[in-house]
Design a protein around this ligand. Structure first.
Ligand SMILES: Cc1ncc(C[n+]2csc(CCOP(=O)(O)OP(=O)(O)O)c2C)c(N)n1
Ligand SMILES: [Mg+2]
Length: 324
């Protein structure tokens, strides 16, 4: 675990609060899905919160862009999209961040640097590389960060994009969220190498393993990588080891793994770990944490009320924003 010393109390409270908001939001999304308020696919992010929160804290807002896959609620919240606009999107309502036409896998907000969730495994990797190409040639001073799973690493698009990023020196940071499974298949059954950072080295791209349960480690590594991308047009690859607590999607009871395995990861819960370190440093009390949690549950509840009370997209809006 990286030391929290050196970061001020307010900043650490912000990080903890954001991760807890994501956790509570996902729990509520799961519950509302169960009540059939949300349709279509829905992939929850519980357990992986330190990855998107740490990464967002390492980005430069207003300059940098983020792309990810379909497990995108956490990234959107970390970039500051409101729980209301996300819940409404899940409900398919006109007030959603994608006007109710994207759904769970397509959270988008240009102004906040959220360049989208993507439903095609690995599809976001060449898109992000193209974004970084544009940023370099338009000299906008920013960089692009792209998230994908351990399952996406075997897609041809990943390898093509990594090679182009290296030879063209593009300001892009590739982040593999290795949560140990691609749907029901464990990484050691799907991959001949299980330390996936090696794939980056094959393209002569600086590559590292990062502890995805430690939000500080993620933040520091992403900040370094993004700074290097912006200043030197040097791409990087980070394999962030993490774990998803829930099934792949809402229809997956996750029977392919043992209770012991899940419990071992639960014992390193990223939220519990940060809270414990803050308590030890006397930066938060258990009462303050409980109060924070209570307020966040109310925030999430309000997002449900907002979604419930929002209108459906109008029929005449069917084709607007669909083609550029
Ligand atoms: C091109 C393509 N192939 C297959 C699928 C079906 N599919 C959806 S998610 C998934 C597993 C991906 O796992 P991983 O990349 O590890 O991401 P995680 O779900 O763990 O976040 C598959 C095979 C798809 N959406 N796109
Ligand atoms: Mg995975």
């Amino acid at each position: 675990m990286r030391p929290i010393k050196g970061y001020d109390k307010e900043f650490l409270h912000g990080l903890l609060k954001e991760m807890l908001l994501i956790r509570r939001f996902e729990e509520k999304a799961g519950q509302m899905y169960g009540l059939k308020k949300i349709g279509g696919f829905c992939h929850l992010y519980n357990g992986q919160e330190a990855v998107c929160s740490g990464a967002a804290a390492g980005m430069k807002r207003g300059l940098d862009r983020l792309l990810t896959g379909y497990r995108d609620h956490g990234h959107a919240l970390a970039l500051g999209l409101s729980p209301e606009s996300l819940m409404a999107e899940l409900y398919g309502k006109a007030t959603g961040c994608s006007k109710g036409k994207g759904g769970s896998m397509h959270m988008f907000d240009y102004d906040k640097g959220m360049w989208g969730g993507n439903g095609i495994v690995g599809g976001q990797i060449p898109l992000a590389t193209g974004s970084a190409f544009a940023q370099k040639h338009q000299k906008d001073g920013g960089a692009t960060i792209v998230f994908f799973g351990d399952g996406a690493i075997h897609q041809g698009a990943f390898h093509e994009a990594m090679n182009l990023a290296a030879i063209w020196k593009l300001p892009v940071v590739f982040v593999c969220e290795n949560n140990q499974y691609g749907m029901g298949t464990s990484v050691d059954r799907a991959s001949s190498v299980t330390d996936l950072y090696i794939k980056g080295q094959a393209y002569d791209i600086p590559s590292k393993i990062v502890d995805g349960m430690d939000v500080i480690a993620v933040m520091e590594e992403v900040k370094d990588a993004m700074d290097t991308a912006r200043k030197e047009f040097q791409p990087s690859f980070l394999e962030i080891k993490t774990y998803r607590y829930k099934g792949h999607s809402m229809s997956d009871p996750a029977k392919y793994r043992t209770k012991e395995e899940t419990e071992a990861f639960l014992a390193q819960d990223p939220i519990v770990l940060l809270k414990a370190r803050m308590e030890e440093a006397k930066l938060i009390t258990d009462e303050q944490y409980k109060e924070m949690d209570k307020q966040l549950k109310e925030v999430v509840m309000r997002s449900v009320e907002f979604a419930e009370n929002s209108p459906e997209p109008a029929l005449e809006e069917m084709y607007t924003d669909i083609y550029a």
